[in-house]
Ligand binder design. Structure first.
Ligand SMILES: [Zn+2]
Length: 139
């Protein structure tokens, strides 16, 4: 039997978390790293109605193919709580299989860095910047 948690309004949408100035973090299930989440960037990409409750994200740690979940707190003195309606184990049990064995299917993962290009610049470049970088590297 699973218990479904009800979330306060501020935590159920990205816009609500922005309005509440809440702290949002991501925890990787694989490497255990906690990362601060840029909620404004998520709101800009997916809209203020997007929700991080029961969302599974990809770890942003260099070379970590892991996935993780989101946590939020109303302020620095409030403990972070997982934004998971049942349990973290249950969330990942129901999730589709990870694309670990086929990282090419991950749209957020940049294509491999060609020789002659700075790997960090490549990782943060947009698709059009990458075209320019490849052009520069070829001379
Ligand atoms: Zn990780």
């Amino acid at each position: 039997m699973s218990v479904t948690r009800l979330w306060p309004t501020w935590a159920s949408t990205v816009g609500g978390m922005l309005d509440a100035a809440s702290l949002v973090a991501f925890r990787c299930k694989r490497c255990g790293t906690h990362l601060r989440v840029d909620v404004e960037a998520i709101a800009a990409r997916r809209g203020r109605d997007a929700s991080l409750v029961d969302a599974i994200g990809h770890c942003k740690v260099w070379d970590c193919p892991g996935r993780g979940y989101f946590l939020a707190a109303l302020g620095p003195t409030t403990p972070l709580r997982p934004l998971v309606s049942t349990s973290v184990e249950e969330l990942f049990r129901r999730a589709p299989p990870p694309p670990d064995h086929d990282p090419d299917n991950d749209p957020d993962r940049p294509p491999p860095c060609p020789p002659g290009i700075n790997a960090v610049t490549w990782a943060y470049a947009t698709a059009s910047e990458r075209k320019r970088l490849v052009g520069q590297a070829r001379g």
